[in-house]
Design a protein around this ligand. Structure first.
Ligand SMILES: [Zn+2]
Length: 316
């Protein structure tokens, strides 16, 4: 399959590359280039590896120039391609959250849990493969770990709430933060009349809304001027969007706790979260039709319902 390449320069030496997971505009990788040194932040799945290599070629960056591959957390749409990418980048090192390190060195557990959810054939189709990263090429970033890249500094900030193995990266050059899933998702197609429409990603199995609310405050304390979301692209109106996320997280908790005893709880949550999201979209004056929004969000809402269900399970 020929990889389709879509990328754009978004300033401060940062290129946004579409990993082409499921469709266009679903998952981004960011390539940072500074004084001849490069780093990928998030890298899609194994299927995205040829796309990211093609982007290097198009940008005239040699594979040897890539110093780091940095998945924000080890969910497969962010880290699935890391091992395959490391194999093709002779000098690159993996930077990962301490809780994600062993899963990158030995992806057996990640593989088994994805296969248990999707089955073997669907795993192949969605994720392709999971290649192990050699232990001597992987570095665990403790909270507030700092790493120079060319003339800029990257600071790693642990950000539990979406997942315990998640960090965000504050970039001194752009005064922006690479947030993975820790600042929710905002597909540009859903934009409202007042700008991006943002929503939480309460993916299983470690979603914890209360911790996430604390993480939001922590991230904002760094006074980022821009958030680079993996799903999808950057957003600037940070205070407003953080308020929206806080509101949504509280609503999610309420929607969940109203249904703590239902036997078909996941189905109810799926329906309720979709309804809630469509109402929020309409209230924000989104140009996106309800049927298109359903299509775009079906998979995310399904995961959100499962993650919220797991959170409720742990509360019980
Ligand atoms: Zn995730």
């Amino acid at each position: 399959m020929l990889a389709e390449l879509h990328y754009r320069d978004i300033g401060s030496g940062i290129t946004e590359i579409d990993c082409m997971i499921h469709r266009r505009g679903m998952a981004a990788s960011y390539l940072l280039l500074d004084e001849g040194e490069a780093a990928f932040i998030d890298c899609g799945t194994y299927h995205s590896v040829p796309i990211l290599l093609a982007a290097l070629k198009a940008l005239k960056v040699a594979p040897e120039q890539v110093r780091y591959v940095i998945p924000t957390h080890v969910h497969l749409d962010h880290a699935g391609g890391a091992g395959g990418l490391i194999e093709r980048l002779p000098t690159a090192q993996l930077i990962v959250h301490p809780r994600g390190l062993r899963h990158m060195i030995d992806p057996g557990k990640l593989h088994a849990s994805a296969v248990s959810v999707y089955g073997d054939i669907e795993f192949q189709r969605l994720f392709g493969d999971l290649r192990p990263v050699p232990a001597n090429r992987a570095i665990a970033a403790v909270d507030e770990f700092e790493l120079p890249l060319g003339s800029r500094k990257l600071k790693f900030i642990h950000s539990p709430g979406h997942a315990k193995h998640h960090f965000c990266i504050f970039d001194s050059a752009s005064h922006g933060m690479f947030t993975g899933d820790s600042f929710g998702l905002a597909y540009p197609e859903l934009d409202g009349s007042d700008g991006p429409f943002i929503m939480p990603t309460s993916t299983p199995v470690q979603f914890d809304p209360k911790t996430w609310l604390q993480t939001l405050d922590h991230l904002l304390a760094f006074e980022p001027e821009r958030m680079y979301l993996t799903h999808f692209g950057y957003v600037d109106d940070i205070e407003r969007l953080a308020d929206q996320l806080r509101f949504d997280l509280n609503q999610y908790m309420q929607i969940g706790t109203q249904r703590t005893k239902a036997s078909d709880r996941v189905d109810q949550l799926r329906e309720q979260l979709m309804q809630y999201t469509l109402e929020r979209l309409a209230a924000r004056g989104s140009r996106c039709t309800a049927s298109r929004a359903r299509e775009l969000l079906e998979m995310d809402i399904d995961l959100n319902a499962q993650g919220l269900d797991m959170w409720l399970e742990k509360l019980a």
